[in-house]
Design a protein around this ligand. Structure first.
Ligand SMILES: [Zn+2]
Length: 276
């Protein structure tokens, strides 16, 4: 690790450019998404070092790998989601915005050790949501709305399946384990033990997924295509017809809900670290 801030930022820029470039090449990121990943990765690596950067890479790698799962089945569900498999700038900000802000706060105020559990909690919540979407989407059982438990079509905002919740918990555990390992790798003072890191990941993951579902079922904007008689998140449906407001708060997109849900990782992460 270079000693100076400029050296670390330069190394972070080089590593982020390699990962963002691979993301564009593998069609996991759009160009705007790659630009967001570049800025976010440079800040996280430059200010947080290896221990902060590795869990973020773990989020990105697992998300890209899982999006290839059951591609045909997911394409059939493409009706509902506004965006394709490639993440754009808003999706990158929704997933990495809170984590990047925590890295900025930690780096500028010298709080890297005390804010690390909050950072890990945010990443666990985001990863859990990604895993539950990618794996839960393959569920043979139809999802139920988290608020009323009514059966809803696959891909509906706020719909949950047992498989999806299990996947959310697993995604959180993965981030907890990687976070603990990356602290070891860096050789810094252990902010958190293995058991606490796993508990933090699982709890933040499950909480993030549930908050995401509750917001998705209540306030997230859902639009309606009058031509196809189908729910959609896009302003212009894939058939070309403009969609109409259906329910939720106008402008509160899936990306905004993902960002808000990721914030639950902060209190969960800090509480687990305090109690452990
Ligand atoms: Zn339509």
């Amino acid at each position: 690790m270079p000693e100076s801030l400029i050296g670390r930022l330069a190394l972070g820029l080089a590593l982020s450019a390699a990962i963002a470039g691979a993301g564009v090449w593998r069609r996991a990121l759009t160009w705007s998404g790659a630009a967001g990943a570049l800025v976010s990765g440079t800040i996280v690596f430059g200010l947080g070092g290896l221990a902060w950067a590795v869990p973020m890479v773990a989020l990105f790698v697992s998300g890209s790998a899982l999006s290839a799962l059951g591609r045909e089945r997911k394409r059939a569900l493409g009706e509902v989601a506004a965006k394709g498999a490639r993440r754009d700038l808003m999706q990158v900000l929704a997933n990495g915005g809170a984590a990047t802000a925590l890295a900025l706060a930690a780096g500028s105020a010298g709080l890297a050790t005390s804010l690390f559990p909050a950072y890990l909690g945010v990443l666990a919540a985001v990863t859990a949501d990604t895993w539950s979407t990618e794996i839960g989407g393959l569920s043979r059982r139809p999802p139920r709305l988290v608020t009323t438990l009514a059966v809803v079509p696959p891909g509906t905002a706020g719909g949950v399946t047992p498989l999806g919740l299990l996947a959310a918990t697993a995604g959180g555990l993965w981030i907890g384990a990687v976070g603990w390992l990356s602290l070891l790798l860096e050789g810094g003072p252990a902010a958190i033990g293995l058991g606490a890191a796993l508990a933090l990941g699982a709890l933040a993951g499950l909480a993030g997924s549930l908050v995401d579902s509750v917001l998705g079922a209540t306030v997230q904007e859902v639009r309606w295509c009058p031509a196809c008689q189908a729910a959609t998140e896009a302003a212009v449906h894939r058939c070309g017809a403009p969609s109409l407001p259906h329910r939720g708060w106008p402008g509160l997109t899936n990306d905004a809900v993902n960002f808000l849900a990721s914030l639950i990782g902060i209190p969960v992460g800090l509480s687990v670290a305090m109690l452990a």
